[in-house]
Design a protein around this ligand. Structure first.
Ligand SMILES: [Fe+2]
Length: 272
């Protein structure tokens, strides 16, 4: 929640967002924080009668960075329609409903919202939806049309350093995905303290931000991610992801940014 004392007809909130005294106006220009779309103004009054605007930010459903049929034939348009268009959308809508009742969480970026609502292992009701929104945005951006194959240059060198070889990494990633029980995620993360890549499994909505890890790649292991294309064959789904979908371009860009926080030594991974 952002409170503004306002005595003019129009206040600048920064980031391109404007609040007007027209109470019917909904503003969608610009954004504050991650994935927040749209601002609704409510009017209040201070004791000295100067007007106060209460700005309520809502999280929006972010589009995948490609068309819904762009991952065919490896991930079907129908899967994207259901997974992104229904499941992911459902998490966004449920989160916004929860936030309507909890003013203290307004104004958080999605990263902050996840860490705050995880509440040191005693999650608040908003945690699952917030984390699932973040997880799915990250997952869509962990794939690309024409993906798969192998990482290159600095990222490949880092994988070889931390896993012995790319083949070994790939096997360990698949093994983690196949031995993960029930719904959850498998991640390639960068460990800040150890300064190395690691494979991490999480259950349900949990994501590695809560341990201060830097996610590099994620794979959704909820059955809704693969049932339409692979029925209950998680192995086929994981192989398809590794061979045809995973975006090493995205992973390289994330690793390059991560070097601002973690000194991996030389050679530096070039910033895209
Ligand atoms: Fe999912």
């Amino acid at each position: 929640m952002i409170l503004l004392s306002c005595s003019s007809n129009c206040c600048s909130l920064g980031s391109g967002v404007l609040a007007s005294t027209n109470s019917s106006l909904k503003i969608s220009k610009g954004s504050v924080g991650t994935s927040q779309l749209g601002y609704e103004r409510r009017r209040g009054y201070l004791n000295n009668s100067s007007r106060v605007l209460k700005i309520v930010g809502y999280y929006g459903l972010k589009n995948p960075p490609y068309k819904l049929d762009a991952l065919e034939p490896y991930m079907s348009q129908r899967t994207l329609e259901v997974h992104w268009g229904a499941h992911h959308r459902g998490y966004v809508e449920a989160l916004n409903k929860q936030l309507e009742k909890n003013d203290i969480l307004y104004g958080c970026t999605m990263d902050e919202l996840i860490k705050v609502t995880y509440n040191n292992g005693n999650p608040l009701p908003e945690f699952n939806n917030a984390a699932q929104v973040w997880n799915h945005d990250f997952f869509w951006e962990s794939m690309q049309p024409g993906g798969g194959d192998m990482p290159t240059l600095g990222l490949l060198q880092q994988i070889e350093k931390d896993f012995g070889s790319y083949t070994n990494f790939k096997e360990k990633f698949k093994e983690a995905a196949l031995t993960s029980f029930g719904s959850g995620w498998v991640w390639l993360v960068l460990k800040r303290e150890k300064k190395c890549l690691a494979i991490v499994k999480t259950t349900n909505a949990v994501n590695p931000l809560i341990w201060n890890d830097i996610p590099i790649i994620s794979l959704d292991l909820w059955e809704h991610a693969y049932y339409l294309d692979h029925k209950n064959d998680r192995g086929a789904y994981v192989n398809t992801f590794m061979d045809h979908l995973v975006s090493w371009d995205a992973a390289t860009a994330r690793m390059a940014r991560a070097q601002a926080f973690v000194n991996l030594g030389e050679p530096k991974i070039p910033v895209a």
